[in-house]
Write a protein that binds this ligand. Structure first.
Ligand code: ADP
Length: 429
């Protein structure tokens, strides 16, 4: 641009000198200067007109100009080429994005801050029976008329996905805010998965119920037989009785677990009297322990919301485990802690401890670190899965710290936003 400007000034100086000389020759300097400058302004205006025309329809064909105008065209043309390249890139990216979202098996919908539909993919069209012409710009809660969905949308708490019945399908839907005021809604059909889960649950529950009656009958007969046992039959009868008792325990825990799984969500939790709950659990554990361990309770009233019976079952399982896996005379403590984000109910023991590699798997059904020891001490392998299930239902999590040979601490952590979050097992060593 600087070169062009210099050339333009040189031309102007040359042009003025020329006008001065001609003016001097004809003794009309002012007149010639005026005519010359008017010609220069006219030429500049003509170039401006050419530029405006070119700008309205930029192309490769640049007008034949020189001086500063040549430079202006040169730079504008490069800017235009760069823009065209960027636009092409953006268009192809957009096309690729559209192709991939069209191929997505999940229904994907873009909503604006007023919950109006801005865009959706073919899967959404099929799932919710949308029509682009009719439904773009419509509020989504006018099209998906489901009280659960409407309330989920209005509460603006999208941390947890929502499941609801839509026509004949069970839909799992999640909403993610992005950009300013935009929301990405994605939904999938989970009908089949839920049906399978239900079948599995029903099977376990039915099988457990079916087994319960014969086992009860068997233990009844065994008790009768034990009354008339002889030296020879005493040992086998005792073993049979132990095993039937074990089966009864497993069956009743399986039934309890199935019940928890099929219970409806706790939608309106109530504040639990933590003092009474923890004292009850502690007394029960003390009765079971019969003075074998040093049991300590150190609790303050804490705010926990949910179901008394379920929480009692969870805390009780943790204390029973501590009793089972702690050697005689060692201490077991039930305590509470509060921080700014939530409350914890913890059971700490000086027991055998657990190696770190087992910790993430402890809440799996029938997972035991030492199968023989668990059986011997009357364990079913289901206690911690029940704890996890209960905590999940209360938006709480189980935190486990343990060191082999030194003891374990199991903490149930209830964030103040209980029931809004799902549970996770957090492990620490
Ligand atoms: P179980 O009925 O076998 O105790 P759980 O589900 O309650 O089943 O526990 C799973 C496993 O976790 C147990 O088999 C045991 O190996 C381990 N465990 C649980 N609690 C403790 C504890 N307080 N100390 C050491 N190990 C424990």
């Amino acid at each position: 641009m600087i070169g062009g400007l210099r050339r333009e000034i040189e031309f102007l100086v040359f042009w003025l000198c020329f006008l001065l000389i001609i003016g001097a020759v004809f003794e009309e300097i002012l007149l010639f200067l005026l005519i010359g400058l008017l010609a220069y302004i006219g030429w500049t205006l003509y170039n401006l007109k050419l530029l405006t025309e070119w700008l309205t329809k930029p192309s490769k064909n640049l007008p034949e100009v020189s001086g500063i105008w040549g430079d202006v065209y040169y730079h504008l043309y490069h800017l235009y080429k760069r823009n065209r390249k960027a636009k092409k890139k953006l268009t192809s990216m957009l096309a690729r994005f559209q192709k991939s979202t069209q191929a997505l098996p999940y229904a994907t919908i873009v909503l604006n801050e007023y919950d109006e539909i801005e865009w959706f993919n073919p899967a959404a069209q099929q799932m919710f029976n949308f029509h682009a012409k009719r439904d773009i710009g419509q509020r989504i809660d006018n099209l998906i008329r489901q009280p659960k969905f409407t309330s989920y949308l209005s509460k603006r708490k999208f941390e947890k996905p929502l499941e609801f019945q839509h026509d004949f399908q069970k839909v799992q839907l999640s909403i993610t805010p992005y950009a300013s005021g935009q929301y990405l809604l994605s939904a999938r059909d989970v009908t089949q998965a839920r049906r399978l889960e239900e079948m599995r649950r029903d099977f376990i529950s039915n099988a457990s119920h079916e087994l319960r009656t014969p086992i009860t009958v068997m233990s009844g007969y065994i008790e009768v037989l034990r009354e008339t046992e002889t030296d020879e039959t005493q040992m086998p009868l005792q073993k049979i009785q132990q095993q039937t008792q074990r089966m009864e325990d497993i069956i009743s825990e399986l039934i309890g677990l199935a019940k928890l799984e099929s219970s409806p969500e706790i939608e309106e939790p109530i504040v639990v009297d933590s003092d009474q709950l923890l004292n009850d659990v502690f007394q029960e554990a003390a009765a079971l322990d019969k003075g074998v361990h040093k049991l300590i309770i150190s609790i303050e009233p804490v705010e926990i919301m949910g179901k008394y019976d379920e929480l009692r079952m969870a805390f009780s399982n943790l204390l029973t485990n501590a009793i089972r896996y702690t050697p005689q005379d060692k201490s077991i403590e039930l305590y509470t802690r509060t921080d700014e984000a939530g409350v914890s109910v913890c059971v700490k023991d000086q027991g055998i401890g657990i190696n770190y590699e087992h910790i993430p798997r402890l809440t799996e059904r029938f997972y035991r670190v030492d199968e023989g020891r668990s059986r011997e001490s009357g364990g079913t392998g289901l206690g911690l899965s029940i704890v996890k299930q209960v905590l999940d239902r209360h938006g709480a999590s189980l935190r486990i710290e343990s060191e082999p040979g030194r003891g374990s601490t199991f903490c149930c952590y209830f964030p103040y936003m209980q029931l809004a979050e799902s549970s996770n097992v957090v492990t620490k060593m």
